[in-house]
Write a protein that binds this ligand. Structure first.
Ligand code: GLN
Length: 240
C-alpha cells in the first residue's frame, strides 16, 4: 500500500485515505434469478419476474448457475426435464446451489423434479423438499382445470390456480409447510428456501407467489451480505 500512497498528487492521496474505494464491488440493485430453460414454460416465468423488478437469466448449462440469487424450475414434462438436467450436469449443480441456501421455486413439473420422490418411484428427483409427489394426480380425463385457492399466507383474496396435468403432494415431512390443499392434498408448499406449487402461477396475472419467492431471494441476499460484512469486520479486528 505504501507505494500507492506515496504516488500522485497529495489531494488525491488525502481523499483516498478519508474515503477509500469500496473493497468489494458495488452490489447489484436487483436480484438475479435463473429460470431453468431446458424445456417447458420458462419464458412465462421470466416475464413475471421482470415485471416484479428482478433480473433474469435462462439456465441451460452449469455455467449459467454462476452468481444466481435464486432459481425457478418451470412446468413442462418432468421426465424430459430430469433427463436433460442429468445430461447437462445441472442436477448436481442445482443440488449444490440449494445446499448453500439458494432459494428454488418449482411449479408443476418443477414440483415433481424438486420432490424427495414420486409415488411412482419412476424418476431420480432432486430431493430438495421433503414431499412425495403424485404425477398427473387429477385424473386422466380432466387434464386441466382452474380453481380459486385459499392461501392464508398470501392474504384473504383467493388465488386463481391453473392446473395442467398437475401433480399433488401425497405426503410431506414435518419440516414442510403446506400452503394450500385440494381435498386434503397439498398443492403448494414450502420448506426452508424451497417453494413448490402443483399449478402454474406464471400464466395468470396474480403475482403473489412470485413475489413471495422474490422475498425469500431478498432475505437470502441480505443474509449473505450481512455475513460478508461480519467476515470483513472480523478481518479488520484481527488486523487492528
Ligand atoms: N404431467 C407433467 C409431468 O408429469 C407435468 C405437467 C406440467 O408441468 N404442466 O411432468
Amino acid at each position: 500500500m505504501a507505494h500507492v500512497l506515496s504516488e500522485g498528487n497529495p489531494d488525491r492521496r488525502r481523499d483516498w485515505i478519508l474515503s477509500p474505494e469500496p473493497l468489494k464491488p458495488r452490489a447489484r440493485d436487483h436480484a438475479l434469478v435463473g429460470v431453468l430453460a431446458l424445456q417447458g414454460d420458462f419464458r412465462e416465468h421470466r416475464l413475471v419476474l421482470e415485471r416484479l423488478g428482478a433480473d433474469t437469466r435462462e439456465v441451460r448449462g452449469t455455467a449459467d448457475m454462476r452468481g444466481l440469487d435464486g432459481l425457478i424450475v418451470p412446468g413442462g414434462e418432468s421426465t424430459t426435464m430430469t433427463k436433460l438436467m442429468r445430461a447437462t450436469g445441472l442436477d448436481q449443480v442445482i443440488r449444490e446451489f440449494a445446499a448453500r441456501g439458494g432459494p428454488v421455486f418449482g411449479t408443476c413439473a418443477g414440483l415433481i423434479t424438486l420432490a424427495r420422490e414420486t409415488v411412482e418411484r419412476d424418476l431420480p428427483t432432486l430431493g430438495l423438499i421433503d414431499i412425495v409427489a403424485r404425477r398427473n394426480a387429477f385424473g386422466r380425463q380432466v387434464h386441466s382445470f382452474e380453481t380459486e385457492l385459499s392461501i392464508p399466507e398470501l392474504g384473504s383474496k383467493p388465488l386463481r390456480a391453473v392446473f395442467i396435468r398437475g401433480p399433488r403432494i401425497e405426503a410431506s415431512g414435518p419440516g414442510v409447510h403446506v400452503l394450500a390443499a385440494i381435498d386434503g392434498h397439498g398443492v403448494a408448499a414450502e420448506q426452508g428456501m424451497v417453494l413448490v406449487t402443483a399449478f402454474h402461477p406464471e400464466i395468470t396475472d396474480d403475482t403473489r407467489l412470485h413475489q413471495r419467492f422474490l422475498d425469500m431471494v431478498h432475505r437470502q441476499r441480505n443474509a449473505g451480505s450481512d455475513q460478508a460484512a461480519a467476515r470483513q469486520h472480523a478481518r479488520e479486528e484481527v488486523v487492528s
